[in-house]
Design a protein around this ligand. Structure first.
Ligand SMILES: Nc1ncnc2c1ncn2[C@@H]1O[C@H](COP(=O)(O)OP(=O)(O)OP(=O)(O)O)[C@@H](O)[C@H]1O
Ligand SMILES: [Mg+2]
Length: 219
């Protein structure tokens, strides 16, 4: 048996212990998540598996603090990311974690894109702010990213708005945006279910490459 390398404990990227989530609905309290615990290390992939309605999405939304406080009650013994207690952060601090640190891909792509910004701008904005790229470099990288998620002729589609893209294309743009910041953790909730097999394979390749080169972890 190989001994644990020094500092192995700090290799935990995300640690969740005893997570409980309840929804306050018209039908009363819904216990969606009951005492879930898991942790993910750098470069590791974790799969959450379970029947429909068992609480997978609710678990991830709770961790990301994306559930409206007046509709959901989230309690946990621990939710920490890089040793930082996420439950103790204010909204502004949490916004600096979501995106640049923890990338997210959810199923509804149109809801996540800004309808009044071009596809290109939505990508370059992240690249300029989070990776501190200049205009030109951000544009080049954005086109590369669009290409890697299977958008044909990305340079000519750069100035299109989301309504000019199909649902599947919007989904791929969302994936490109999530990967643009090179987050250390990617949370993907059935991101490729709606896409065809070729594009699915292409996106999984891109994710595998980021895992290998950037030690990106994935749930
Ligand atoms: N906003 C909400 N208000 C009330 N109940 C909710 C809400 N969102 C989810 N639930 C309930 O919480 C439970 C867990 O739902 P969740 O969406 O996490 O399931 P899931 O495992 O992601 O399912 P699927 O595989 O179908 O995506 C379900 O019983 C669901 O009905
Ligand atoms: Mg779900």
């Amino acid at each position: 048996m190989t001994p644990e390398p020094p500092g192995a404990a700090s290799r935990d990227l995300l640690c969740v212990r005893g997570l409980h989530t309840q929804f306050l609905s018209d039908r009363g309290l819904v216990h969606a998540v009951n005492g879930v615990s898991f942790s993910v290390r750098r470069g590791e992939t974790l799969a959450l598996v379970g029947e429909s309605g068992c609480g997978k999405t609710a678990t991830m939304l709770s961790v990301l603090r994306l559930l409206p406080p007046h509709r959901a009650r989230v309690e946990a013994d621990e939710v920490s990311f890089k040793g930082q207690n996420l439950l103790g952060l204010d909204d502004e601090e949490m916004r600096r974690v979501r995106g640049p640190e923890i990338g997210m891909i959810f199923q509804d792509p149109r809801a996540s894109l800004n309808p009044v910004l071009t596809i290109g701008r939505q990508l370059t904005e992240s690249l300029e702010v989070h990776l501190r790229l200049g205009r030109r470099a951000a544009r080049d990288r954005a086109i590369e990213l669009l290409e890697s998620v299977g958008i044909p002729r990305p340079a000519s589609r750069f100035d299109d708005y989301p309504h000019q893209f199909s649902g599947g294309m919007c989904q791929r743009v969302m994936i490109a945006i999530a990967l643009a910041c090179e987050p250390s953790l990617l949370i993907a909730d059935e991101p490729t279910t709606a896409l065809d097999a070729t594009i699915q394979a292409q996106i999984l390749n891109l994710v595998a490459e980021l895992r290998a080169t950037r030690e990106m972890a994935m749930i």
